[in-house]
Design a binder for this molecule. Structure first.
Ligand SMILES: Nc1ncnc2c1ncn2[C@@H]1O[C@H](COP(=O)(O)OP(=O)(O)OP(=O)(O)O)[C@@H](O)[C@H]1O
Length: 327
């Protein structure tokens, strides 16, 4: 029996940014932004990608959205390669896969009305051809994200940050995509507004059967909305698991450290605090073996010589630690 491919499959993704300099402006050095990253996203599923700033989350999102070329690896959508396509070949892919970025202030052209902003993808994909059809659809989309239809006549600066992010979401929904990549989409918002936008995304996901790749540096933010979580460190996935398994029984010392910093809902509850010492090493010259070893309380000589593979510790729960059994 042939296996049905997942909506998204990322295999052995590598992204390096070559550095200038050296003789003739060339250099062999590069920023190792993403190293050998593999994961899948099922239809209607939320996968969250978490880790500290600079660990390569956005780069994964940009590679997935085909905004930057891959150095190596492959990405498929419903089993078909989407990396390395021409502009024209990418057009139908862009209809199915959209991105919402962190900053709702710079993502919206300040000189366009909300109607034009939300209708732009409809026009570009030849979806609602007449003006009245487009207006109807824009009105429906605005209502879907919790804004009044009348908002279409206004300009982006007339809205708050949370409302602008709703406009960005309406725009991302316009082409009826299968997946939306939310790159730190709530990070610039106040905590109460963050919760509203997360609830909106969860509602939309349920009602539309959308898949989400939710990128965030904050484990507390992703806890409630994720089906699965992948933890990244210095361009590699350290651990990937379903939400419950990840929070209940983390199998990587880095995840344990991240989780120990997440405030517990019950202030009386105890959790061992794991404080990481030292800085994240430079992605230009990452450590040998396990990238986390220079800050890991469990590191041994083996960790300096052998890159730990992601190993299955429980169904669907993989950890890239030689000592995952003892974490
Ligand atoms: N265009 C670029 N040229 C050179 N280096 C880059 C480029 N884009 C990203 N990087 C580097 O790649 C690494 C990964 O960056 P990335 O933005 O993907 O991390 P991130 O986890 O999303 O962090 P943040 O949340 O701060 O954006 C970082 O070291 C960053 O400086």
């Amino acid at each position: 029996m042939t296996q049905v491919p997942h909506l998204i499959e990322v295999r052995n993704l590598v992204k390096r940014f070559p550095l200038g300099g050296g003789l003739f402006g060339r250099s062999d050095k590069a920023v190792h932004a993403v190293s050998d990253v593999s994961f899948h996203i099922a239809r209607g599923e939320t996968l969250s990608l978490v880790g500290e700033s600079g660990c390569g989350k956005s780069t994964v999102g940009k590679c997935l959205a085909q905004l930057i070329p891959l150095t190596a690896g492959e990405i498929t959508l419903d089993g078909k390669r989407i990396d390395g396509l021409s502009r024209a070949q990418l057009k139908p892919v862009r209809k199915r896969l959209n991105v919402v970025f962190q900053d709702p202030f710079s993502s919206l052209n300040p000189r366009m009305t909300v109607e034009d902003l939300v209708a732009e993808p409809l026009r570009s994909h030849g979806m609602a051809r007449s003006r009245s059809e487009r207006q109807n659809r824009v009105g429906d989309l605005l209502e879907q994200v919790g804004l009044p239809r009348e908002a279409m006549a206004r300009m982006p600066h007339q809205f708050s940050g949370g409302q602008r992010q709703r406009i960005c979401i309406a725009r991302a929904l316009a082409s009826e995509p299968d997946i939306i990549i939310c790159d730190e989409a709530v990070s610039a918002l106040d905590v109460s507004v963050q919760a509203q936008i997360i609830n909106l995304l969860m509602d939309l996901q349920k009602s539309l059967g959308l898949a989400l790749l939710f990128i965030s540096h904050d484990l507390a933010v992703v806890e409630h909305m994720s089906d699965r979580i992948a933890v990244m460190y210095l361009g590699r996935i350290m651990e990937i698991a379903d939400r419950e398994s990840m929070f209940r029984h983390p199998r990587h010392p880095y995840t344990r450290a991240l989780l120990s910093a997440v405030p517990l809902p019950d202030p009386g509850a105890a959790r061992d605090r794991v404080v990481l010492t030292g800085d994240v090493p430079s992605p230009i010259d990452p450590p040998s073996g396990c990238y986390f070893r220079t800050r890991c309380p469990m590191a041994t000589e083996r960790c300096a010589s052998e890159v730990p593979a992601l190993r299955e510790m429980a169904p669907g729960h993989q950890s890239a630690c030689h000592y995952a059994e003892s974490v």
